[in-house]
Write a protein that binds this ligand. Structure first.
Ligand SMILES: Cc1cc2nc3c(=O)[nH]c(=O)nc-3n(C[C@H](O)[C@H](O)[C@H](O)COP(=O)(O)OP(=O)(O)OC[C@H]3O[C@@H](n4cnc5c(N)ncnc54)[C@H](O)[C@@H]3O)c2cc1C
Length: 403
C-alpha cells in the first residue's frame, strides 16, 4: 500500500491554509474530507484588513469598512450613546475567493470524499481508517477537522467556554446601523430589564453590506454553559425591536458555536493538529483566520525538513510539529489570554462595558496587536499591565478576582 508523506483531514480554512503551503514543498500529500473542498464554506469570516494587507491578500475582502465603531455606554442619554471610534479598517472575507485562492495553490494534492473514523500508529507509520472502510497510510496525519476533532488528544476539561452567536443577513424596516458602518461591539443594554441585565452579557456585531442589506449578529463572547441560539435570537430581535426595527427579509442565518478555551493539545502524540483542532482560536477574541495564514508557512517548511529524515516515526514527526505550532512563547501568551478571558466571563454587563471602553483607550498598535495575537510576550505583558493600571477600580478588582 502507498505510504503518503502527509494525509490531511478536513477541507476548512485550516486544512486549505496549511495544504496550500505544504504544496510548495514537493511532498506526496492527500486530503480527505467529509465535504468536498469546493463546497462553499458556510461561516462568515471577518478580519482586520491589515492582517490580509500584511500578506498581500487584501483583494480577498468582499467588504471593507473604515467607519468602525463600538458602543460601550449604557445607551440611556446622549453621552452614553457616543460611539468609540476604532479608526481601523475591518473587512469581511469573500469566502469563495479565499477558498479558490487556497485551492489554486494546492497543486498536486488530491482530495477524497471520506470521513476519518479511526487513526492508529503501527511500525512508525499512521493508518487512517475511513467510514467507507478505505485505509490510508501516511508518515504524518494532520488533523484539521475542526474544533470537535476526535483524534487530537488534550487534557480533559468539562467547563469549556463557547463563543455563541445568532446572526441574520437580510433586509430590515430601517437600517440597523448607519450607512457604510461596521459595529464591532454594541454593548448598550438599555433594551434589557434589570433582571435580564444580570444574565450572561451579549453584544451586537453588525455591518452595512450595501444594497440595503445588513448583517446583524447577537454574540456572546464566551460563556459556560453556552448561550443557546434561541436565546440569542430572542435577544437580537428584542434589541432591534426596541429601536423599532423589523426584519423584512432573511437571506442567510448564521448559527455560531465554537470553544474558546479548549486546553492546548499534548505535544507527544502521533497526530498533528492545525486550526480549531489545535486550539488555535484566539482565546480572547474568537478569531483564527489571520493566525492560520501567518502560522501555516513556517509549519509547512519545518515539516518538509523533518520529513527528509526517513527514520522519524509519526510520533516523532507530530511531536516536532507540535513544538513548531506551540512554542514556549505562544503557550505563555495563550495562558495570559486564557486568564483574561476567565476574568471577563465573571464580569456583569456594566463591568464588561467599562473593561472594553478602557481597553480601546490603548494605542491602536497595542489593541490591534492584542486582538490579533501579534505582540511578542514582553510587549503583551506590558500592554496588559498598562490596561490594568489605567482601569477603573471596579475593573481592577474584577481582573484580580476580588469583589
Ligand atoms: C459561525 C462561525 C463564524 C466564525 N467567524 C469567524 C470570523 O469572523 N473570523 C475568524 O477568524 N474566525 C471565525 N470563526 C472561528 C474559526 O475561524 C472557524 O471556526 C473556522 O471555520 C475553523 O476552521 P477549521 O478549518 O479548523 O475547522 P472547520 O471550518 O470546522 O473545518 C473542518 C473540516 O473538517 C472536515 N471534517 C470534520 N470531521 C472530519 C473527519 N472525521 N474526517 C474528514 N474530514 C472531517 C469538515 O467537513 C470540514 O471540511 C467562526 C466560527 C464559526 C463557527
Amino acid at each position: 500500500m502507498e505510504i503518503l508523506d502527509i494525509l490531511i483531514l478536513g477541507s476548512g480554512p485550516a486544512a486549505l491554509c496549511l495544504a496550500s503551503e505544504l504544496a510548495k514543498q514537493n511532498l506526496n500529500i492527500k486530503g480527505i474530507s467529509t465535504k468536498s473542498p469546493k463546497e462553499k464554506w458556510e461561516n462568515t469570516y471577518g478580519i482586520w484588513a491589515s492582517e490580509l494587507e500584511e500578506l498581500g491578500l487584501e483583494s480577498l475582502l468582499s467588504h471593507r469598512w473604515s467607519e468602525t465603531v463600538s458602543y460601550f455606554g449604557n445607551g440611556e442619554n446622549k453621552k452614553e450613546n457616543i460611539p468609540t471610534n476604532h479608526n481601523y479598517d475591518y473587512g469581511l472575507i469573500n469566502q469563495e475567493a479565499f477558498q479558490n485562492e487556497l485551492l489554486k495553490k494546492c497543486i498536486g494534492i488530491e482530495w477524497l470524499n471520506e470521513t476519518a473514523k479511526d487513526i492508529s500508529e503501527k511500525n512508525k507509520i499512521s493508518e487512517v481508517i475511513c467510514l467507507s472502510g478505505l485505509k490510508i497510510k501516511a508518515r504524518l496525519v494532520i488533523d484539521a477537522s475542526g474544533h470537535k476533532s476526535n483524534f487530537v488528544k488534550r487534557p480533559l476539561k468539562n467547563d469549556i467556554a463557547q463563543q455563541a452567536a445568532y446572526g441574520i443577513v437580510g433586509k430590515f424596516s430601517s437600517p440597523p446601523v448607519s450607512e457604510e458602518q461596521f459595529v464591532l461591539m454594541d454593548f448598550r443594554p438599555n433594551h434589557l430589564s434589570k433582571k435580564e441585565r444580570l444574565c450572561s452579557p451579549s453584544f451586537l456585531y453588525a455591518m452595512d453590506l450595501g444594497d440595503e442589506t445588513f448583517f446583524v449578529e447577537e454574540t456572546s463572547l464566551a460563556s459556560y454553559p453556552a448561550l443557546s441560539q434561541e436565546n440569542l435570537k430572542k435577544r437580537l430581535l428584542k434589541r432591534l425591536n426596541s429601536k423599532g426595527i423589523e426584519v423584512s427579509e432573511i437571506f442567510h442565518e448564521e448559527n455560531c458555536l465554537f470553544p474558546m478555551n479548549l486546553p492546548l493539545p499534548y505535544k507527544k502524540q502521533f497526530v498533528l493538529g492545525f486550526g480549531g483542532s489545535a486550539s488555535m482560536v484566539h482565546p480572547a477574541s474568537g478569531y483564527m483566520v489571520g493566525s492560520l495564514l501567518r502560522r501555516a508557512p513556517l509549519l509547512a517548511e519545518k515539516l518538509a525538513t523533518f520529513l527528509k529524515k526517513p527514520h522519524l516515526s509519526s510520533l516523532d514527526l507530530a511531536s516536532k510539529g507540535w513544538e513548531v505550532l506551540w512554542p514556549y512563547e505562544l503557550i505563555q501568551r495563550h495562558k495570559l489570554y486564557q486568564y483574561g478571558l476567565k476574568r471577563l466571563m465573571s464580569f456583569d454587563e456594566s463591568r464588561l462595558r467599562s473593561f472594553f471602553s478602557n481597553f480601546f483607550k490603548l494605542s491602536t498598535k497595542e489593541w490591534v496587536g492584542f486582538l490579533t495575537n501579534t505582540l511578542p510576550l514582553p510587549k503583551l505583558i506590558y500592554v496588559m499591565s498598562k490596561m490594568f493600571i489605567n482601569s477603573p477600580l471596579r475593573v481592577k478588582l474584577g481582573m484580580l478576582n476580588l469583589k
